[in-house]
Design a binder for this molecule. Structure first.
Ligand code: KG4
Ligand code: ZN
Length: 342
């Protein structure tokens, strides 16, 4: 029988518990405090921490019920140790430590970003390693080379300013589409024209390709959208949303495919909240098919923050024989993507 791993994720505004048996998903419970943050236009750390405290035990109980297992059936616990909001992470780490100690089971403190990538391993027979990974979330945007998801991740490039999801959230705000902005822009763009406005693709001049081919910048795009709205009072909101989305999708995939080509790795995983974007998924499917690259994108509900991804990484660590995290440990709000676990 494959080991059962329970994963706890509290890095931002989702209290999320996932349970896997080997690489089979048994439960994926998400309690979100997003509605409590909406009127502030962004996540308020203190509100998130309190919501995690309130949601933790009911969410664990729900996940056990969904997976039809008892607490004592759990073989290991995994928890997001960082990066994220420190107060929010601490609730997860303290809960996981208590659970692991109480049950006498190993505890893996894992990296949220690696966990985003690893959730894809639940949905495919064969592990993707080595693979290029495009990680696009609300807090991070990076291109990674993953040689071994349990211990060897190399950062090829990252955003120099806003994360891709942050750009979606900011543009949604100025378009009056609410928070979180990604899903709202995704919906609005459906009725707009992606070629209506030619917004800039950041860091794609020949000099950029020569000096920083895998870095991203979205601040120029944000300014271009704001200027366009100012100078075009009769703008069509759906066209702005679709054209903005197209600019982001285009540049993300240009760079991801260039990384596949130059590394000779013909596998691409797209992960993180922005990977739920319907246009990104469609264009990626098209371009990867043309380039002969095997594309893997988790189901949309596994792209945004969840506990299954943490359980997945814990399970992969356990089956690879990686050592559990020893002793008490602190959350690390700025944990580097290269550090898969503590
Ligand atoms: O990975 P995630 O759930 O949390 C972080 O680790 O940051 O990502 C959240 C981000 C938010 O910025 C949200 O607007 C964006 O993912 N997002 C989307 C979509 N769904 C979520 N962006 C574009 N299109 C979507 N459908
Ligand atoms: Zn995330």
């Amino acid at each position: 029988m494959q080991p059962i791993v329970l994963g706890i994720e509290t890095s931002c505004d989702e209290t999320a518990i996932g349970i896997v048996r080997g690489r089979t998903l048994l439960a994926n419970v998400i309690a979100s405090s997003v509605d409590e943050h909406a009127r502030f236009g962004g996540v308020v750390p203190e509100i998130a921490s309190r919501a995690h405290l309130e949601a933790m035990l009911p969410s664990i109980e729900r996940a056990l019920k969904d997976s039809k297992i008892a607490l004592s059936d759990i073989d290991a616990i995994a928890v997001t140790a960082g990066p994220g909001l420190v107060g929010a992470l601490l609730v997860g780490v303290a809960s996981a430590s208590g659970l692991a100690q109480g049950l006498g089971r190993p505890l893996y403190g894992v990296n949220h970003l690696a966990a985003h990538v690893s959730v894809d391993y639940l949905t495919h027979e064969e592990p993707a390693d080595p693979t290029i990974a495009l990680l696009v979330s609300g807090g991070h945007s990076s291109l990674l080379q993953v040689d071994d998801i349990t211990r060897s991740i190399t950062k090829l490039g990252a955003t120099m300013d806003d994360a891709a999801g942050e750009a979606f959230d900011k543009i949604a705000r100025i378009l009056d589409l609410g928070f979180p902005g990604g899903p709202a822009i995704d919906r609005e763009a459906v009725s707009g024209s992606a070629s209506a406005i030619d917004f800039p693709r950041g860091l794609t001049t020949s000099n950029d390709w020569a000096t920083r081919p895998y870095d991203f910048s979205f601040s120029g795009l944000k300014t271009a959208v704001a200027r366009y709205l100012e100078s075009t009072p009769s703008y069509v909101r759906a066209d702005v949303a679709a054209s903005f989305q197209e600019a982001i999708v285009d540049v993300l995939l240009l760079k991801a495919l260039a990384a596949c080509k130059s590394s000779g790795i013909d596998s691409l995983v797209i992960a993180g909240g922005v990977a739920a974007n319907s246009r990104l998924r469609a264009v990626a499917t098209e371009r990867c098919a043309k380039a002969g690259i095997q594309l893997r994108i988790p189901a949309p509900d596994l792209c945004t923050d969840n506990g299954a991804m943490v359980a997945s990484l814990g399970s992969l660590m356990l089956s690879a024989g990686r050592p559990a995290t020893q002793g008490a440990f602190d959350a690390d709000s700025s944990l580097k993507v290269e550090q898969v676990s503590l």
